[in-house]
Design a binder for this molecule. Sequence first.
Ligand code: SME
Length: 158
Amino acid sequence: MEEIIKIASQDRKTQYESLVPQIHALISDEPDLIANMANICAAVKTTFNFLWVGFYLVKGQDLVLGPFQGPVACTRISTGKGVCGQAWEQKTSLIVPDVDQFPGHIACSSESKSEIVIPITACEDVIGVLDIDSDQLNDFSKLDEVYLTKIIDGLKKG
Ligand code: SME
């Protein structure tokens, strides 16, 4: 089997418009959550070349590192800690234009300048988060939130 994600480099909205259906096609026949998260990381990272793209999964009172692409990262984040822990606690997406201005930000890489975190919910419960770091300040907007949410909506969480 060969799966190739093809995205021409255009503006980000156009890239997402092309990427989202390709990712959904890639993950739609596979029930395994981890395998699908791994391919989402690869597809998003190779399309946009963000610094870090990964998932943390809720395990008890912690978020534990899941599939990711990029530099090594912290393995465990407690409820309410960092951007990821706050997105989990508040059950809401967070866009951080400048990580140095975010109280309690957990710096896994000194190269990270801005960040977006999107919670993944199943039956109202947060089961994990998608976390993306950029080495550019103010790299994320509502546009990213909308399309990344569409991407993770394709995950089968049961
Ligand atoms: N910056 C995150 C920690 C995870 S890394 O960015 C991969 C946070 O503050 O929760």
